[in-house]
Design a protein around this ligand. Structure first.
Ligand code: ADP
Ligand code: MG
Length: 166
């Protein structure tokens, strides 16, 4: 795993699914240490880029129980823990169905909400984003992590120091 920073983003190159998971775990630990209730992590990027993989690590770092899989049929998965994880996948959701999910309440709730295909969703002012991209090597990905708002910027700074001290 290698990281670089620029323009307020943290850019990390991962060379395997485990490295992507480890980055998710690092973020989960920071969120848990801060008791970051109501934190929102928006995940964007093409199918197979590693969003779910990242959320598996996130769950581990949060101490949220259960094995994380793609929320394909159930659109919101809840993983209980000291800081519960709500894992949402909006891939198949049309804008008209969004309201029925009650995501606003979930995002303001007691846990951390990670949302795949979040582009269609109005996000709270304070949130983290992770943009996934493929690289030429099949097992390599680029993750571009950004933060909006005071709390998320602090969280990102802390994650940055975890990544650079690795
Ligand atoms: P998404 O949720 O973005 O559709 P998934 O996390 O479900 O993607 O799947 C990512 C796929 O890519 C998995 O099959 C995983 O094994 C593979 N993969 C290969 N290299 C990486 C990497 N560096 N990071 C994450 N996943 C990777
Ligand atoms: Mg997925």
């Amino acid at each position: 795993m290698s990281g670089e920073t620029g323009a307020g983003f943290l850019v990390v190159h991962t060379g395997s699914p485990d490295e992507t998971r480890a980055l998710g775990t690092a973020l989960g630990r920071v969120l848990r240490a801060r008791g970051a209730r109501g934190a929102v992590v928006a995940l964007t990027g093409p199918l197979g880029a590693g969003k779910t993989c990242f959320v598996q690590g996130l769950a581990r770092g949060l101490g949220a129980g259960g094995y994380v899989r793609s929320p394909t049929f159930i659109l919101v998965h809840h993983y209980p823990g000291p800081l519960p994880l709500y894992h949402v996948d909006l891939y198949r959701i049309g804008p008209s169905d969004l309201d029925a999910l009650g995501l606003e309440e979930i995002m303001e709730g007691d846990g951390v909400t990670a949302i795949e295909w979040a582009a269609a969703l109005p996000l709270p002012a304070d949130h983290l984003s992770v943009q996934f991209a493929f690289e030429t090597d099949d097992a390599a990905r680029t993750l571009r992590i950004g933060a909006r708002g005071e709390r998320s910027r602090r969280i990102l700074d802390e994650l940055r120091s975890c990544v650079s001290s690795r």
